[in-house]
Design a protein around this ligand. Structure first.
Ligand SMILES: Nc1nc2c(ncn2[C@@H]2O[C@H](COP(=O)(O)OP(=O)(O)OP(=O)(O)O)[C@@H](O)[C@H]2O)c(=O)[nH]1
Length: 308
């Protein structure tokens, strides 16, 4: 098509990037899933679930809202933590809107203040999003909003529950109201820029985060090694590797007689079948990669932080 004609035809179209930031566990990934109406991002109550900076794309008549999910900003303890912070802070640059999420059910602390400091420095519209309103009383929400409002100069405020869906559309409306005129950056049918291999590895990692406690969740990295669609059987064959840092962790992940890894595999397979819309054969191998969280090359090989 004539480029000028296409441009003129879309001149009233608006588009832009909205970065979601907040402390670990603030509810960023859950809000993105609620906006999208499907699971794009993995979630868990383990802090620092998100290790990738990725985009979720909401395309509606007249606008395209590109949401950037970021790892929770926190005090780093290792190279992985530093990489995740760098990645999240980078996502504050060159966006149209920054949405800072604050959990309604937890007191505002130095962690939020530190995040707010970076939000104040961002050259973008600023939205304050009070999250998890289903977990707090109206009184508590009001107090939290007042306290959070003093953290920065906000262009808009919204109180949401991604769990119940309350005000999720109001968040979309608010973010949309700040979008400049712009092109459709992504095709209509594209809802995330994560590769299928990455999404699969993340879905598997989510099951491990939800099944194990203590040091295990932070010590694992997951990589999709092989992905093949077998047309004759309408089935995906997936081979993935779960990396841990020590032999003892390998034993825990595998469990007695392989029971733990089998459970993770079953849960992940069910999720993946829903995602891919067909049968899935999933093979999980557990390997030790000593102290990978201190090794930037390895962190990037996993694709965490800046890797994408
Ligand atoms: N009750 C309730 N729980 C929520 C809500 N939003 C998120 N959660 C829970 O809070 C926990 C953290 O949510 P995530 O969306 O993973 O948080 P995040 O900010 O992406 O976390 P990081 O990846 O650590 O930065 C999960 O257990 C969610 O189920 C909500 O609106 N209501």
């Amino acid at each position: 098509m004539d480029e000028k004609l296409e441009h003129d035809g879309e001149s009233s179209f608006r588009s832009g990037f909205v970065t979601l930031v907040g402390r670990p566990n603030a509810g960023k990934s859950t809000l993105i899933n609620a906006v999208m109406g499907k699971k794009i991002a993995i979630t868990s109550n383990t802090a620092q679930t998100t290790r990738h900076r990725f985009r979720a794309v909401l395309t509606r008549p007249g606008f395209q809202l590109v949401m950037v999910d970021t790892p929770g900003l926190h005090k780093p303890h290792d190279a992985l933590g530093e990489e995740l912070n760098t990645s999240a802070l980078k996502a504050l640059e060159d966006v149209d809107v920054v949405a800072m999420l604050i959990d309604a059910s937890k007191p505002i602390g130095t962690g939020d203040e530190w995040v707010a400091e970076h939000v104040r420095g961002a050259k973008a519209k600023r939205i304050l999003v009070i999250t998890k309103t289903d977990l707090a009383s109206a009184d508590e929400i009001e107090k939290q909003r007042l306290a959070a409002e003093s953290l920065a100069d906000w262009d808009g405020v919204v109180e949401v529950s991604a769990e119940t869906g309350s005000n999720v559309e109001a968040f979309v409306d608010l973010a949309e109201s700040f979008l400049p005129a712009g092109p459709k950056w992504f095709p209509d049918d594209m809802d995330t820029d994560q590769s299928l291999e990455v999404i699969i590895a993340e879905f598997i990692r989510e099951k491990i985060l939800r099944s194990f406690r203590e040091e295990i969740p932070h010590a694992i990295g997951v990589v999709t090694d092989e992905l093949e669609y077998v047309r004759a059987k309408d089935m995906y064959r997936i081979f993935a590797v779960v990396y841990v840092e020590r032999e003892s962790q390998k034993g825990m992940i595998i469990g007695k007689g392989g029971s733990a890894i089998k459970q993770v595999g079953t849960q992940a397979r069910e999720d993946l079948e829903q995602l891919l819309g067909c049968k899935v054969f999933l093979d999980l191998t557990v390997k030790v990669k000593k102290n990978w969280r201190r090794d930037l090359t390895q962190i990037r090989r996993f694709g965490y932080g800046e890797g994408l």
